[in-house]
Write a protein that binds this ligand. Structure first.
Ligand code: GLV
Ligand code: GLV
Length: 329
């Protein structure tokens, strides 16, 4: 019997077709609705591999649902939706999609920064809604980007690539990260500073840190109060890194100028969420890596990782490094 792969969302046929020769592949039928929990558990019982989305909760119950599960490939660089410790304990490889989405996500992060600073969404809506009455001196005047200070919180590959984008805008680049990045300091001229200093000095605070116990609720009211009143806050990492109520209050009290958010504590965010009522909030539906090219490459990487593990090879992008290939499978 061919090994069985369950994919938790409908992916394009042309991406999966070449894997069908060696594997039995089944997909959740919907493209825009997550797989129901009961179906995920049913499928996990039978599966040798799961290809999961960041919106799927992959806890110990899923991980231990069946006897043949060997690998879970998550279609994202982040894997905070997966209990990696449980996976390691049960000998299951967890894979993500780093590197292939770095440039695309940095592009979106910078686009969000620019859209928020220059009020592009408000401006475009004004024109389309027929409210452009006249050219006026301060019509939708935003904030400059060039020659300003950008502070990047979380200097992984995406952070580094955003910093590279910022050099083209002659920005001063500050960063904060668990570990210093001497090579980035040298090549891009980014300056390592303590978190407080970054928050106080930056015109643009860009959050790209993974969600962990340490980064959960990192951005509190107190942190927003330390920012410049003209600061623009950008989050392209994970929603729970920010206390959203505190962000709302900081925006309403004009403690900061604006926010550009690609991620939220609860996704999809409710249409009546208070943050969405604010004109100085640009909200996107978690599309950081969403270009056709990159999403296709990510799907292929997931399937390649699954293929490798199921055929007794090490995956290309393993998350739980303690996992060991068991040739006895
Ligand atoms: C998207 O947020 C990802 O982690 O790839
Ligand atoms: C980590 O891999 C990142 O791209 O930030």
């Amino acid at each position: 019997m061919r090994p069985y792969i369950f994919i938790t969302r409908k992916l394009p046929e042309n991406v999966i077709v070449k894997f069908k020769e060696h594997f039995e592949i089944n997909m959740w039928e919907k493209e825009d609705i997550p797989v129901p929990r009961e179906i995920l558990l049913e499928e996990a019982k039978k599966a040798d591999a799961l290809l999961t989305m960041l919106s799927d909760l992959i806890d110990e119950e899923v991980i231990t649902a069946g006897p043949s599960l060997k690998v879970i490939a998550n279609l994202a660089v982040g894997y905070d939706n997966i209990d990696t410790h449980a996976a390691t304990k049960h000998g299951i490889a967890i894979c993500n999609t780093p590197d292939v989405l770095t440039d695309t996500t940095a592009d979106l992060t910078f686009a969000l920064l620019m859209a928020t600073a220059r009020r592009l969404i408000e401006a475009a809506e004004l024109v389309k809604e027929g409210n452009w009455k006249s050219w006026s001196p301060l019509l939708l005047a935003g904030h400059d980007i060039h020659h300003k200070t950008i502070g990047i919180v979380g200097m992984g590959k995406i952070g580094e690539t955003v910093a590279k984008r910022a050099t083209g805008f002659d920005m001063e680049i500050l960063y904060h990260n668990r570990s210093r990045k001497p090579e980035v300091e040298k090549t891009i001229g980014a300056q390592y500073v303590p978190f407080e200093e970054l928050v106080e000095r930056s015109d643009f605070i860009v959050c790209l840190t993974p969600l962990t116990e340490e980064t959960k609720n990192l951005f509190t009211r107190e942190v927003f109060q330390k920012m410049k009143k003209s600061a623009v806050f950008i989050n392209a990492s994970r929603g729970p890194v920010v206390d959203e109520a505190a962000l709302y209050d900081a925006l309403v009290e004009k403690e900061i100028a604006a926010a550009g958010l690609d991620v939220f504590t609860k996704e999809p965010i409710a249409a009546d969420h208070p943050l969405l009522k604010l004109t100085n909030v640009v909200a996107l539906p978690h599309i950081g890596s969403s270009s056709v090219e990159t999403r296709t490459t990510m799907m292929e990487l997931c399937l390649e990782n699954i293929d490798r593990v199921l055929t007794g090879r090490n995956p290309k992008t393993l998350v739980n490094k303690e996992w060991k290939l068991q040739l006895s499978h």
